[in-house]
Design a protein around this ligand. Structure first.
Ligand SMILES: NC(=O)c1ccc[n+]([C@@H]2O[C@H](COP(=O)([O-])OP(=O)(O)OC[C@H]3O[C@@H](n4cnc5c(N)ncnc54)[C@H](OP(=O)(O)O)[C@@H]3O)[C@@H](O)[C@H]2O)c1
Length: 290
């Protein structure tokens, strides 16, 4: 188990481990319970789920059954856009609490900048004040949406969870987040293994130099820049190795080399395409459960 856990503190005071555990695409409740149990045993203390992953029951069961005290675990869930309204968000947070079987959720995020997310944001601020949520943030907000919400709601999101990996480095959103004091959290830090990320010669060369794996270089590249990562794996050896990506530092030159791998340096993010929105809105977490 890793003991030298590095953390970053969110506005409002929640301390977030820089390496957490992702649970997307672990669809079955029992598989989610098993994966999260293993992750907690390995030493992960940040667990990421969402209403839209349909696995909150399994994730919650693992947390309740664990010998790790609840207050040592930072549990994140997210509001699906079909619930993005003031009234919808109040119901959805309650639904997440019920599915997870917990009294409070540490970090609750608007999953997408879709629907009446202003109304939903207002509901989340109230749920936070009422003690159901410790910290509130957003996900998949590009620089413009993030700035807009922070300015006009008057409540700056504590976190923005976005796709971030060597292929997609999200400079514009990171810059705006830094200005606002919003911590960036990287989803798909390995780009789900796409496009040969684990065999890229720039990254493998750096890995060999530090006697670590390519996966560890990718994670350290992000955390060294203050970015939280939430890699997902259902394999214990990979869980252990990913969490251990803390004991070395990349040089400035190595960070710059990886910066040059960005395939979308000017892209505000692909998450708001009309085709994707259509697909996302066809999913309804309120209507399907085991
Ligand atoms: N907010 C959002 O919209 C959003 C979207 C996507 C994801 N997320 C969150 O971010 C988390 C991580 O993203 P992700 O699951 O999409 O992808 P990811 O973490 O980039 O990649 C996961 C893939 O990499 C493999 N893997 C893990 N560790 C490895 C290692 N050390 N060496 C080689 N392969 C390894 C996993 O396989 P095995 O499991 O077989 O080991 C899995 O196929 C999600 O689980 C979810 O919590 C959020």
């Amino acid at each position: 188990m890793v003991t030298n856990m590095r953390t970053t503190t969110l506005r409002g005071g929640v301390e977030m481990p820089l390496i957490g555990f992702g649970t997307f695409q672990i669809w079955q409740q029992e598989a989610a319970r098993e994966a999260v149990s293993q992750a907690l045993d390995a030493g992960y203390r940040l667990i990421d789920t969402a209403a839209g992953y349909f696995n909150e029951e399994g994730v919650g069961r693992a947390i309740r059954q664990s010998s790790v005290p609840r207050e040592q675990i930072v549990l994140t869930s997210k509001l699906w856009p079909t619930d993005a309204s003031y009234a919808g968000a109040k119901v959805a947070v309650q639904r997440s609490l019920n599915h997870l079987g917990v009294d409070y959720i540490d970090v609750y995020l608007l999953h997408q900048a879709l629907g009446d997310y202003y109304g939903a944001w207002r509901a989340l601020t109230e749920m936070q004040q009422a003690g159901y949520i410790r910290s509130i943030g957003v996900s998949n907000f590009n620089a413009g949406r993030l700035y807009d919400l922070a300015q006009f709601s008057g409540v700056v999101p504590a976190v923005n969870q976005i796709e971030l990996n060597p292929w997609r480095q999200q400079r514009a959103t990171r810059k705006t987040a830094a200005k606002l004091g919003t911590v960036i959290e990287a989803w798909s830090p390995f780009a789900q293994g796409r496009d040969g990320i684990f065999s890229n010669s720039v990254i493998t060369t750096i890995a060999a130099r530090h006697h670590v794996t390519t996966a560890q270089v990718i994670l350290r590249w992000a955390t060294q820049q203050g970015i939280i990562v939430i890699p997902k794996s259902v394999h214990r050896q990979r869980m252990d190795a990913n969490l251990a990506a803390t004991d070395f530092d990349l040089t400035e030159a190595e960070i710059a080399e990886i910066a040059r791998l960005d395939r979308y340096p000017d892209d505000p993010g692909a998450v708001n395409s009309p085709q994707l929105i259509e697909r996302l809105l066809a999913i309804d977490p309120a209507g399907k459960h085991e």
